[in-house]
Design a protein around this ligand. Sequence first.
Ligand code: CS2
Ligand code: MG
Length: 416
Amino acid sequence: MLIIIYIFHQYTSETREIPLMKITDIQIVVTCPGRNYVLVKVVTDQPGLYGWGDATLNGRELAVASALRDHIAPLLIGRDAGRIEDTWQSIFRGTYWRGGPVLMTALAGIDLALWDIKGKQAGLPVYALLGGPTRAGALAYRHCDGRDAAEIADNIRAAHALGYTVFRAQVDVPGEAQFPDTTWIDSTTYYQPFEDAPYLRAIPRLFEALRHELGETPEILHDVHERLTPIQAARLAHDLEPYRPFFLEDPIRPEHKESLNIVRQHSTTPLAMGELFNHRWECLPLITQQLIDYVRVDIAHIGGISEARKIAAIAEAYHVKMAFHGPPDVAPITHAANVHTDMAIPNFGVQESSIFPEEVADVFRGTPTFADGLLRVSDAPGLGTDVNEAAAARYPFQPGGYLPTLRRPDGSVQDW
Ligand code: CS2
Ligand code: MG
């Protein structure tokens, strides 16, 4: 009997050592330090203990802000901030409506804030909570896009001098195919041309010129941005083979995923896909059928770190690596979450890095830093990021940050 009482006492006293952290408030901050960002602050009843998450979906910012403010936050007030998985499940499954970019971005905002809180409570960086570091930092790639091969080669040389070893190369085919970056486009009717045949000729020529200029060592990748049909993508992957691309990204539209079989059958060029996916089930056929080599999901659009580490674990079993999306259209908080996850998972591949508008430094602290080819996060507790709310208020939301639409020469819509 005494033994039973002793065990019961040990159990209850141990569980009581983790203090409950009630969520007392959830604030949504929409700010535009050069780009629009939707930020989520989860506040607890523990003095000074709060977490920041990123819930930015560019071009649809206010839809996510409303989903959070009007529909999700009210469900969470009073709940234990320490129950990350339970909160994830209760938002994803418990509220019935699930999936899609708006809801999964909203969920990511909450998830990241809860991981931030968990780390702060434990006094540990999030990568330590995820199992501890498996590497010194995250191998990063840099965008080196340009108007022609000579300009791209110069950009690669300049990035190499900074310590980068992996580079992305996009080129315009003047008047026929444009690869806009996602800088501010203040219009809903901004069209750009795309014609597939000149594009399909131009990219192998670009890679041939880059290899001629730079030799075989720079790792160079290309993002098709979902523009090709499966057989066109197969042709491109095949034509690029002699130039050993690091990977070919998003070769086809994301809807019918098994179409990647066609690309796969014709080429050994490594394939990457996933920035338009919203949860693990969209990745599943590509991983289990080994149709891709890198999963490119966006942590801010798949429900956060909780989902990212599950996708990574499934991918690991199939020799597929992770290459989380890292564009400047998600906030530095997501970039920090990327690197914390990259640090902990065994099957990390490469991390996309971004240059943010200058004003971003006024609002955010703890953006990952780059040195010697690697992105790193500090070992500060949580995600190591913080938001200067007064500065954020000085950069109000700017409507109109839409992506352009691509049109074929006959005027019909083309995937962007
Ligand atoms: C791109 C993105 O980084 C990438 O791989 O595909 O820049 C993408 O165009 C934007 O995130 C769209 O908002
Ligand atoms: Mg992309």
